[in-house]
Ligand binder design. Structure first.
Ligand code: SF4
Ligand code: SF4
Ligand SMILES: [Zn+2]
Length: 320
């Protein structure tokens, strides 16, 4: 049965600033203004500015807020239509594969639709090396100082890591399976590492705590010596031909804990089923975090049937 739709807000109950329907309490008592901080900020000036000045400012800024809302809505629509088109494309591919690959794994597999990394390797640019070195020197100086750093993200990543580890312990081969998916993607999310590789103060303090004999100089050398000669163009400074050039114990919790949504969902489904579920893995040519860029390319770059034991790559040319 369809749920009953909530009653539509009355058409005249619109925010005086952005002209959107007001839902719930107003943003300011005695004013018809919604909870949007920009609308509230503008309306607040009514009390402090001379009326003529307020009228002028109101006319200009309320139009700017409406334009901004319109652009945000158009962008949201664009994103939805990209998601829809990828979903449709993935579904067609899955149907076709299930017809052509009659084996049990292909038939019972779940779809994992992921990004991929750039496949071009280039010498690590000198400028990026220098930028990393400068960043690391500065961050190590803070890490070695007694300065208190509050990082909410640090706790968040620690707890994500604990959850991942618990899942890995619960389901045999889940960790290994996860590694296979990430290697098919070749580290599409590592583009976010940039020149800093997520080596923030808490990550460096972990190293210092683990190795009390480290000095600022030796810690700097530890990381600089791991920079690859060649790296994946445009990706993290440590992103090399065979993956990350840092061993896991030198990486930050961000790197060790992060899993993209499609992979997280598949892992959760596997935990639920108490076994690694086989997957049809479709990797597309956009970089993770850049799926909605104007120039993003969504074409399929690789497809595999992956289960707990093996990964079978399927020739994409014969599929498209
Ligand atoms: S977490 Fe997702 S985006 Fe990152 S490497 Fe693995 S599959 Fe690719
Ligand atoms: S340090 Fe390694 S895992 Fe982290 S973003 Fe860079 S390449 Fe990826
Ligand atoms: Zn408003």
């Amino acid at each position: 049965m369809f749920p009953t739709a909530p009653p539509a807000p009355p058409a005249d109950n619109l925010c005086d600033v952005c002209q959107k329907p007001m839902l719930g309490n107003p943003g300011l008592p005695d004013e018809k203004v919604c909870l949007n901080p920009a609308c509230v900020h503008l309306m607040k000036q009514k009390k402090t500015l001379p009326p003529i000045l307020f009228e002028n400012i109101f006319r200009i800024q309320s139009q700017q807020i409406r334009d901004m809302n319109q652009r945000a809505a158009a962008d949201e629509e664009r994103r939805k239509s990209i998601d829809l088109s990828i979903r449709k494309d993935d579904q067609e591919l899955v149907n076709q594969l299930k017809n052509e690959l009659p084996d049990q794994d292909a038939q019972s597999s779940r779809l994992i639709s992921i990004a991929s990394a750039n496949s071009t390797l280039v010498p690590l640019p000198k400028k990026r090396k220098e930028a990393f070195e400068n960043y690391l020197k500065e961050t190590l100086a803070t890490a070695f100082s007694g300065k208190t750093i509050n990082s909410k993200d640090y706790a968040k990543n620690r707890s994500k890591l604990t959850i991942n580890n618990k899942q890995n312990q619960k389901v045999a081969d889940l960790e290994n399976f996860t590694g296979k998916i990430c290697s098919q993607c070749r580290g599409g999310c590592c583009i976010a590492g940039g020149n800093e590789a997520f080596l923030e103060v808490p990550a460096l303090r972990q190293q210092i705590n683990r190795h009390p004999d480290l000095t600022e100089e030796s810690a700097l050398a530890l990381y600089l010596n791991r920079l690859p000669e060649k790296h994946v163009e445009g990706s993290c400074v440590f992103h090399a031909a065979n993956g990350c050039n840092l061993p896991t114990d030198l990486r930050s919790d961000v790197c060790n804990a992060y899993l993209c949504n499609p992979l997280t969902e598949h892992r959760e489904a596997s935990v639920e089923a108490n076994t690694v579920l086989p997957a049809l893995v479709v990797s597309r040519n956009y970089r993770h975090y850049h799926r909605y860029d104007e120039e993003a390319n969504h074409e399929v770059v690789s497809v595999s049937v992956t289960n707990a034991d093996k990964q079978r790559l399927i020739d994409v040319k014969n599929i498209n």
